[in-house]
Design a protein. Structure first.
Length: 315
């Protein structure tokens, strides 16, 4: 079993993965304010619903959906939120504090610019949704019947769909060193341990994603439907190549074995697109076999999986 954080020293060599991560990244937090479109039924309404089935109301939970989220205007708003979350996660690494991730310092300007564009898109999408708001409320009144309550609906949707982001400090405040040196040192040790854990989380996330992408592509390449090779979308290959790029940008070089396997897989698919793999059977079989071998080696990196620990070479 790998050592726990308590077994590790509180200082790290300047070239350790944790120290590289600490000096090359900043914390980034994405905040989302979103209109809730579900409400719990009142006690009387819940009891009435329970009576339909001869049940006791206290043992039944029930709610209502305020708006039709399948409406194109609402879907457009939701799509912007999805893209914002994907951007935040795609450009950053996990951190131990909920809601916070780590972004490379040299990528902050790009992230900020793209988030500003998404915020502008969201404002435009909400403006369009506002034009359909009356229509959506009328449809809800027809569908909800007696459960419809005008008080559930704000007068306008302005300010109810908001994307915001900031870069909070995860380092001990400098003033603490003067006020209480002992407490400052404790905080320094705590942050050091958190970055050790962040390295583990990043490595684990890379391994898990890499394994899933390899498994999916290999299964599509090797599998058959009614004796014929399975069809697969371009995304099966594109997702893997996008992973290679993200790994190159965010990797903190904490695991030589993982680096080697990613490099090996990249060489296997380099210059080969989905169309070639669909039409060239020998190539398809070769790539499938080679990626399968990489996948088998990747499995060996996983140790004591229920505890989600990853074996790393000593440095």
């Amino acid at each position: 079993m790998s050592a726990t954080l308590l077994d590790q020293p509180t200082t790290r060599p300047s070239n350790s993965p944790a120290q590289r991560l600490r000096t090359s990244t900043m914390a980034v937090r994405l905040s989302i304010r979103w209109l809730g479109i579900r409400r719990t039924l009142t006690t009387d309404q819940r009891n009435q619903a329970a009576d339909t089935f001869g049940a006791e109301g206290q043992f039944v939970s029930a709610g209502k959906k305020l708006l039709d989220t399948s409406h194109p205007a609402f879907k457009a708003v939701t799509a912007v939120k999805t893209r914002a979350v994907n951007l935040w996660k795609g450009m950053s690494l996990p951190y131990t504090e909920p809601g916070i991730r780590l972004i490379r310092q040299d990528r902050i300007d790009l992230f900020d610019a793209q988030m500003r564009e998404l915020r502008s898109e969201l404002e435009e999408a909400v403006e369009i949704l506002n034009r359909h708001y009356g229509e959506l409320k009328s449809a809800a009144a027809n569908r909800l019947g007696q459960l419809y309550n005008q008080a559930d609906y704000p007068e306008t949707l302005d300010g109810l769909f908001v994307l915001d982001w900031d870069f909070p400090s995860v380092e001990p405040p400098d003033y603490l060193q003067q006020l209480n040196p002992e407490l400052y040192q404790q905080e320094c040790n705590r942050v050091t341990s958190r970055f050790d854990e962040a390295v583990r989380l990043a490595e684990e996330a890379f391994v898990d994603e890499f394994a899933k992408l390899l498994e999916h592509l290999t299964e599509r390449l090797a599998g058959q439907d009614d004796g014929k090779p399975k069809n697969f979308r371009d995304s099966a290959v594109n997702n893997l190549t996008e992973f290679f790029e993200r790994f190159r940008q965010l990797n903190v070089r904490s695991n030589d074995q993982l680096d080697e396997l990613v490099e090996r897989a990249q060489q296997i698919v380099q210059g080969r697109d989905a169309q070639q793999l669909r039409t060239n059977s020998p190539l398809r079989q070769t790539v499938s076999q080679q990626l399968g071998e990489v996948g088998d080696l990747l499995d060996e990196l996983l140790v004591d999986r229920p505890r989600r620990n990853i074996l790393r070479r000593p440095r």
